[in-house]
Design a protein around this ligand. Structure first.
Ligand SMILES: [Zn+2]
Ligand SMILES: [Zn+2]
Length: 236
């Protein structure tokens, strides 16, 4: 069966006792026969456990996109690597990372700096941010463009703005870590207003967004807010 969807494999939360929560994020995107893994989460055992429980063979992906070099996003990379995998990561990744995993295993490295088409319907925003450099992924599903973020360190509004410019139309959905914990209520309010202003239709914050910010965003976006955890599937 052909499924065009995003499936959450790794997140801080899950409702199912047969799945494991863990600080980190990983999502599988299946679109038009492509299988793209976005980030890996922190812990190999958690990623492998959840993938197996959800019926996902990690060796069946064709592309891996890594958002940024924090262990809660790339810690489980060795579980995700396999022969012929195309791996897109920010070009500024440290030499430590570039030396730690070896291309001898047959995967192909693609350092990204500028916005780039990764595959048809899949774009990277390119490297954004100054202190913590991060790329985000834009997926052009049949129902509109979806932006997927890791931790959104460069700022969720800034990333959404760049992504909207790249695809030239409003984003149907922004999904992933929004990194808003510790932010004051007024700041979260402003961020919500900015996202609406640039035309974001739906949001699905998870991972590092923070409980209080998520509660506020859920109230503000109402039906346009999707609750996602490990196992959540979003049609694209
Ligand atoms: Zn994170
Ligand atoms: Zn991070």
């Amino acid at each position: 069966m052909v499924k065009d969807h995003i499936l959450i494999l790794y997140d801080n939360r899950t409702d199912r006792s047969d799945l494991q929560p863990g600080w980190g994020f990983s999502a599988l995107i299946e679109l038009k026969g492509r299988r793209v893994l976005f980030d890996t989460g922190a812990d190999k055992l958690v990623l492998e456990h959840n993938a197996e429980a959800l019926g996902i063979d990690l060796a069946s992906t064709d592309t891996l996109v890594l958002s940024h070099e924090h262990c809660d996003h790339i810690g489980a990379i060795t579980s995700a690597l396999h022969r012929n995998l195309e791996v897109f990561y920010p070009a500024s990744f440290s030499t430590l990372f570039q030396g730690e995993v070896s291309e001898e295993e047959g995967w192909h490295a693609h350092p990204v700096s500028q916005p780039v088409e990764i595959l048809p319907r899949f774009h990277s925003t390119g490297e954004l941010g100054k202190k913590i450099v991060e790329q985000s992924l834009i997926v052009e599903g049949d129902e509109g463009p979806v932006l997927i973020t890791g931790c959104a360190h460069p700022g969720i509004v800034e990333i959404a703005r760049v992504a909207t410019d790249i695809v030239g139309k409003p984003l149907r959905l922004v999904l992933g870590g929004f990194h808003l914990y510790g932010k004051k209520a007024a700041e979260v309010e402003e961020i919500a207003a900015d996202l609406k202003r640039i035309g974001v239709k739906q949001i699905a914050p998870c991972h590092c967004t923070g409980e209080r910010a998520m509660e506020f965003l859920e109230r503000t976006f109402g039906k346009r807010y999707l609750v996602i955890k490990v196992e959540s599937e979003v049609k694209i």
